[in-house]
Structure formats: structure tokens, C-alpha cells
Design a protein around this ligand. Structure first.
Ligand SMILES: Cc1cc2nc3c(=O)[nH]c(=O)nc-3n(C[C@H](O)[C@H](O)[C@H](O)COP(=O)(O)OP(=O)(O)OC[C@H]3O[C@@H](n4cnc5c(N)ncnc54)[C@H](O)[C@@H]3O)c2cc1C
Length: 292
């Protein structure tokens, strides 16, 4: 009997601090605890918060990626609460529109084969090397922000009755991103000992797709006009895109290097260092001024 009484007293001693702590908590009194216990409890709480926080963060990230992917592939805009505006082009017409459109009100999709904006007035300077290529282009995604979807493709057909565009980029040649040295090599044959070679890039697999729109904005610019001047189409460089400027720069460099060859005839040297600009508009005049 005495043994039993001693045991229950021992048990009572063990649960006493728990009761005191709970009573203190109920009475909103500060709980007296040793530093070690406090530290242990705080570390435990920190661990729980870290685990729960990490879980919530990764859960949100996965949901965001899933939603982005789902929206990207929703070509029918079936879940569309917002009207879908599709804009073709990333040039001077398209970019100011993309920057000012309220993307909370509309779902905005931009389709263009060029994933950057090009500062065309500086192209003559790029063609002679006064200005570097990187200075005159700006990635479209960084210009318009993440709320506008961008797809790198050509629009090849528009069905205004069904409000569907057909886009493709499989057959078309890639648009230069400014560092596209391969295209220049093809044109000028100036490998210059570089180890890069022309390969069919396996990263360019682009199936054709159809996309529904509610509003379509066409800002695809214009083609170069030769005004039927004989020989211009076949024998001259155009100056409209970044690759054009780089090709001109490469061709000018080629001409100078060829003229420096010791066995070159005087007549050939004159021919090599003779440049003709077709067109006396602002671009032609600016280029002539840059090259002279
Ligand atoms: C060298 C040069 C200097 C210039 N200097 C000046 C100047 O100083 N001041 C001035 O006011 N103007 C200047 N211009 C003219 C000015 O650049 C053009 O007027 C302007 O670019 C036209 O804008 P845009 O949006 O219509 O076409 P662009 O700017 O040419 O843009 C067309 C866009 O459509 C895309 N696209 C093409 N085909 C398709 C398709 N099938 N599907 C989807 N997207 C497509 C292209 O990739 C491009 O992103 C200059 C032009 C050049 C070439």
C-alpha cells in the first residue's frame, strides 16, 4: 500500500510542471522555463515553420508553372474569361501597343519570328561597326514583361470568319538574334579559323499550330521595295534587319582585306573599294555618311 502511495507521489511530481505550465498559459502568465527547454522549443517551431514554408513555396511554384503551361497550350482560349488579343510582330508598331495594353483586362499573345525589338535608326551604324549589334536590340520578353505571352513563329494564314490564325516556323529560315554568326559565314565564307560549323540544329522543332483570337492586330511591317531597279534584287544587300547589317559589315571588311592582298591589281582594288548605295532616302543617306 505504502509502495503504491510512493509511486503515485512520484507520478504527481512528474506531471506537476505540466499542470503549472498549462495553468499559467490559461491565466496568461509568463511560463518559467529553463533556457535549454526554451531553445529546444524555439528550434522545433523554427523547423516546423521552415518545412511548412518550403512546402507552400514549392507548391505555389509548381502551380504557377502548371498554369503557365496550361495557358500556353490553351490555343482555343476555352477557359478564356478575358478576351484574347493576338498581335503579329515585334517591331515599331507592335511594341508600343504591347507596352500599353492592359493585360489584366485582356489575354495578350504576341506572335513574331523575331524575339527582340530592333532599333532600326541605328542599323546604318551597325553595318559599319560604329555601334555594336547588342546595343540596338532588346529582348521582347524583357521589354513587355511576363504577363504577355510571346511565341516565336510566323503567321502564315488568317481565317477571319473562324477567327483563327495558323502559325509556323518549321520551313522558314531562323531570324538572326544578333549573334547569329552562322548566317554571316554562309554569306561571306569568312570562317576565319572558327570552330563553329553549319549544322541542322535539333533545337528547332516547331510544329505548325492554330490559335483562336478575339481581336487580331497585324503589325508585320513591310517588305523591301526594289522599285524594279534591274540587278538590285540579285546583287545588293538590303538594310532592314540585324543580319542585313552584319552581312554588310562583313562584306565591307572582306572588301578591305581583299584590297590589301599584295598581288591584287589596281583595277580590282578600285572595284573592291567602290561602294554604291541604291536609294537616297534617310537610310541610304545615313549609310553613305557612315561608310564614307
Ligand atoms: C535602316 C532603317 C532606318 C530607319 N530609320 C528610321 C528613323 O530614323 N525614323 C523613323 O521614323 N523610321 C525609321 N525607319 C523606318 C521604321 O523602322 C519603320 O517605319 C518601322 O520599323 C515600321 O514598323 P512596323 O512595326 O510596321 O514594322 P517592323 O518594325 O519592320 O516590324 C515588323 C515585325 O513583324 C514581324 N513579322 C514579319 N512577318 C511576320 C509574320 N508573318 N508573322 C508574325 N510576325 C511577322 C517581324 O519579325 C517584325 O518583328 C528606318 C528603317 C530602317 C530599315
Amino acid at each position: 500500500m505504502n509502495k503504491l502511495r510512493n509511486l503515485s507521489l512520484k507520478q504527481l511530481k512528474e506531471i506537476k510542471p505540466i499542470i503549472i505550465r498549462n495553468l499559467a498559459w490559461f491565466n496568461r502568465q509568463p511560463v518559467k522555463q529553463s533556457f535549454g527547454i526554451k531553445l529546444k522549443r524555439r528550434l522545433k517551431n523554427l523547423l516546423i515553420i521552415t518545412f511548412v514554408g518550403t512546402g507552400i513555396y514549392y507548391g505555389y511554384r509548381n502551380y504557377r508553372d502548371y498554369k503557365w503551361f496550361k495557358d500556353m497550350n490553351d490555343l482555343d482560349n476555352s477557359s478564356g474569361i478575358k478576351q484574347r488579343i493576338v498581335i503579329l510582330g515585334t517591331g515599331w508598331g507592335a511594341v508600343p501597343f504591347l507596352k500599353h495594353i492592359d493585360s489584366h483586362k485582356y489575354e495578350v499573345v504576341c506572335v513574331s519570328p523575331r524575339n527582340y525589338f530592333l532599333m532600326t535608326p541605328l542599323l546604318p551604324s551597325v553595318s559599319v561597326g560604329t555601334v555594336e549589334t547588342r546595343t540596338v536590340i532588346e529582348a521582347i520578353r524583357s521589354l513587355v514583361g511576363p504577363r504577355i505571352k510571346y511565341i516565336e513563329a510566323h503567321c502564315v494564314d488568317v481565317d477571319p470568319k473562324m477567327k483563327i490564325i495558323t502559325c509556323s516556323s518549321e520551313d522558314s529560315s531562323p531570324v538572326s538574334r544578333g549573334d547569329d554568326i552562322k548566317g554571316i559565314f554562309v554569306q561571306s565564307k569568312r570562317e576565319g579559323g572558327a570552330s563553329s560549323r553549319i549544322i541542322k540544329d535539333s533545337a528547332r522543332t516547331r510544329p505548325q499550330f492554330d490559335m483562336k483570337y478575339d481581336i487580331l492586330i497585324v503589325a508585320v511591317g513591310a517588305e523591301n521595295n526594289t522599285f524594279n531597279i534591274p540587278g538590285v534584287q540579285e546583287h545588293s544587300h538590303f538594310l532592314k534587319e540585324i543580319l542585313d547589317a552584319r552581312r554588310i559589315r562583313s562584306a565591307i571588311s572582306d572588301a578591305f582585306e581583299s584590297a590589301m592582298i599584295p598581288s591584287q591589281t589596281e583595277e580590282e582594288r578600285k572595284r573592291l573599294l567602290h561602294f554604291i548605295v541604291v536609294g537616297g532616302g534617310p537610310t541610304g543617306v545615313e549609310f553613305a555618311a557612315e561608310v564614307s
